[in-house]
Every structure is written in C-alpha cells, then in structure tokens.
Design a protein around this ligand. Structure first.
Ligand SMILES: [Zn+2]
Length: 163
C-alpha cells in the first residue's frame, strides 16, 4: 500500500530598487535596478518549496529552523534550506510524487526563464519534468504585488511512501 500526504506553503518578499538580478529556483534572473529584500539570498521559490516539504511532514515553518535574525543565515544559500527539508523527508522514508509551483509577480517577465527554473528544480529534486510545474502570472496590477513591490510564490507538494 502507498501512503500519500500533501504539503503547501506560500512565501512573499518585498522588492527594492537596486541590484541587477533575483534568484528563483536557483536560477539567476536579470533585472533592471531590482532585487529581493531578504536576510538570506532571497530565493522566494526555494523557500516556498522547502517549507511545503516541511508542511507535508507536519513540521514547523521555515522560520522555526532558520531564524532570519541570526547572522549565520545572512546571504544564506537557499539551496541549503531546501537540502535541510529534503534530508528531513528522506530520513522519514518519504519521496516526492509531484510539485506545483505558482509565482505571482508584476516584474520582471519570467517567460524566458520558466523552462530553466523547471530544469533546475528537476535536478535539485531528482524528478522528471512531468512531475514539476512552474507557472507564473501577474497580479493584474492589483495590490502591492501588482504594483511591482513584491513577489509571492506558492508551492504545493505530494509525498508518498510504501507502507
Ligand atoms: Zn523567503
């Protein structure tokens, strides 16, 4: 018999008008005078993904394990945060069945980057492209995300193990 569990997380970060790139799913995306405000490297997608794994395991939120006031995590590589979640998953003998990522932002345009992000996630999670979706949309100019002041990423995940 196979047991399944679902996980969900959403992460939001403010933008600031300086810098020339943002990180999403480990992919460097060129920007014009725009970067993400964060204590870590600001990879909003990896934060949502890592936390959705913790969510599926019934663990606490990311901030419980990675204190954003701790200097240890200044400019921290978010791939290490993902690795922490994956280690917790594998310790308990769970595997990822599929992942759905939804990015909401007004700028920059992601159309040319979505494929790269997906390929990178396939590698990081050791999944085939049929088991990962990376969707992106604007917020129709509504609210602060729509004004281009912030980015939000939602991650839904299904995990399984044989019991
Ligand atoms: Zn974050």
């Amino acid at each position: 018999m196979i047991d399944y569990k679902i996980g969900f997380s959403t992460d939001i970060h403010r933008f600031k008008n300086e810098g020339d790139y943002i990180l999403l799913g480990g992919v460097k995306i060129k920007t014009d005078n725009l970067s993400i405000v964060a204590h870590s490297d600001g990879d909003c997608l990896l934060h949502a993904l890592a936390e959705s794994i913790l969510s599926s395991l019934g663990m606490e939120d990311l901030g419980t394990y990675f204190d954003d006031r701790d200097d240890k995590y200044l400019n921290y590589d978010s791939k290490k945060i993902l690795k922490f979640s994956l280690d917790e998953l594998h310790k308990r003998n769970w595997k990822i069945r599929n992942v759905c990522i939804n990015i909401t932002l007004q700028q920059p345009r992601l159309s040319e980057y979505k494929k790269l992000i997906k390929e990178n996630l396939c590698q990081l999670l050791n999944l085939s492209s049929e088991d990962i979706s990376v969707h992106a949309g604007t917020n129709e100019k509504l609210d602060d995300i729509g004004k281009g002041l912030a980015i939000k990423v939602d991650s839904t995940i299904l995990i399984y193990k044989e019991v």
